[in-house]
Design a protein around this ligand. Structure first.
Ligand code: AMP
Ligand code: ZN
Length: 494
């Protein structure tokens, strides 16, 4: 089955076919860099990352562009408040965003910044003006006249038949029901960043930023445009209006929107005390891989309810996968293959594929790999697994990880960086004992420990007691207690 995705424009799951063979051009609305990113933001960015990775695994060349919104109302307000330039203000949060994205395994798209495209944005405004689609107001702002675009509302399915011609709104984000002419360019205001351009001084509106940069990078018509569900209206509706009324061509072919994340069943908000950045959670001792796994575990169109129990469960799942891979890598197996195990591996791969092709059903893809792990562990216990089977099963794990990216055991150094950041920011009070403990024994993660134990067992089998004693001493030193019983080796942390 070819890939099927839900298209917000048609309100249907459709077969995804790129406009050009073998090449996918996609644009995702990126962060507004006025603060640290929260888990809701990363829910959406991970959904897009999974899509990008799965497209690549499916053989497409993917051009993935993401903007960094570094001019908008909030940024201008905050930078003016702090007495710094817009660039000074946003540089810190852009850096933090890129570090956080890398920390949870998001592959970096091509980045475009609004402040680097001001001239092109002013040109766009001038063209809209020439066509009579935009008009200028006394304060030097320019507005898009939505009456000139009869299809306005086609993405959000809003009926604007009773709208008032000429009623205007000048803020970037506004009430869902207000259909108003919106600002494509905002005239200069006291204390705000402003650029001198052919349409006069001022700054671009947020919606215009994405229209200009996406078309510049990907062409007037491209395959897919993504963001969180809050962007459907007004942001994406306005991007469509500006772009299509100028070019006369369809803008994006597919509209991909991730459903908003809730925290313990509630809308996340600072005042409710349930607002978490990625860094907050790492400071509480949670691993980046658990966060990635959890944020990927609910298909993007279903509501993800973030809970701490779910996060702990995600950590267990990642550990189980890592341990399974270690078991396969460290074991010494009889030569040959067991047809049942070969079928198990190939079926797991086709089930994962089928699940992801079905509108990126990540939950089912994860279920398929766990079913494989469960059956293969049973075969391992009974000695039914042969050398070639280990290769096939590792191959299936690799396919899974090309999309989910949680197998590499690199949490400890990432967590250490967050700890160092908190120290540098004088936020020691946010560093929990759980993080310190995770890092102390975290010199060795669970999978490190399992792998050392496998080495120790192999040394004992080879009667190399000097080596096995040395490994045991190393583990004891790292705070891991080992018990060798007739049923095998057990361990726990001190
Ligand atoms: P912003 O930095 O506010 O421009 O948002 C960046 C991205 O995160 C956008 O695609 C938003 O739609 C998305 N987003 C914001 N809050 C949430 C949430 N609670 N759940 C999922 N996505 C979100
Ligand atoms: Zn955008």
């Amino acid at each position: 089955m070819p890939l099927h995705l839900y298209n917000t424009m048609s309100n249907q799951v459709e077969e995804f076919r790129p406009l050009r063979d073998n090449e996918v051009r996609m644009y995702a609305c990126g962060p507004t860099v006025y603060d640290y990113g929260h888990i809701g933001n990363f829910r959406t960015f991970i959904a897009v990352d999974l899509l990008r990775r799965f497209l690549r695994q499916s053989g497409y060349r993917v051009h993935h562009v993401m903007n960094i919104t570094d001019v908008d109302d909030k940024i201008i307000r905050n930078s003016a408040r702090d007495g710094v330039t817009v660039q000074q203000y946003t540089a810190k949060f852009e850096k933090a965003f890129l570090e956080d994205a890398a920390m949870i395994g998001i592959e970096q798209p091509k980045l475009v910044r609004a402040t680097e495209h001001i001239t092109a944005m002013a040109d766009f405004v001038a063209k809209l003006l020439d066509k009579g689609i935009a008009y200028r107001t006394e304060d030097g702002s320019y507005y898009f006249r939505i009456a000139k675009f009869p299809e306005y509302g086609k993405l959000s399915k809003k009926d604007f038949s009773g709208m008032l011609d000429g009623a205007r709104v000048d803020v970037d984000e506004y009430d869902k029901d207000s259909a108003r002419d919106f600002a494509v360019w905002k005239g200069p205001r006291q204390g705000e960043a402003s650029w001198d351009t052919k349409v006069g001084p001022g700054r671009p509106g947020w919606h215009l930023e994405c229209s200009v940069m996406s078309m510049q990078e990907l062409g007037e018509s491209f395959d897919l445009h993504a963001g969180g569900e809050d962007l459907v209206f007004p942001h994406h509706e306005n991007e469509i209006a500006q772009s299509e009324s100028l070019t006369g061509k369809p803008f994006a072919h597919f509209w991909f929107h991730a459903r908003f994340l809730l925290v313990e069943g509630e809308k996340m908000s600072k005042s409710a005390g349930n607002f978490f950045t990625l860094r907050d959670l790492v400071l509480k001792g949670h691993k980046p891989s658990s966060l990635r796994y959890l944020l990927a575990s609910v298909p993007y169109r279903n509501q993800l309810n973030f809970t701490f129990d779910g996060l702990k469960q995600a950590a267990v799942s990642v550990e189980r996968l890592r341990n399974f891979r270690l078991r396969l890598g460290a074991g010494s197996f009889e030569a040959g293959s067991n047809p049942q195990m070969q079928t198990l591996a190939s079926e797991a791969i086709s089930k994962m594929r089928a699940a992801l092709e079905d509108d990126l059903n990540t939950a089912q893809a994860q279920a398929a790999i766990f079913e494989m792990v469960r059956q293969a562990n049973t075969a391992l216990d009974s000695g039914a697994l042969k050398k070639d089977d280990a290769v096939a099963l590792i191959g299936a794990l690799k396919k899974f990880d090309e999309v989910f990216a949680v197998l590499e055991d690199d949490d400890a150094p990432k967590m250490k960086k967050v700890l160092q950041w908190a120290q540098a920011e004088r936020r020691e009070y946010d560093i929990t004992d759980s993080l310190r403990e995770a890092l102390q024994s975290g010199q060795l993660s669970d999978s490190d420990i399992e792998s050392k134990i496998s080495e120790m067992k192999a040394a004992r089998t080879a009667r190399d007691f000097k080596k096995s004693d040395a490994i045991r001493a190393e583990l004891t030193e790292a705070g891991v207690l080992i018990e060798i019983t007739k049923d095998g080796v057990r361990w726990r942390r001190k």
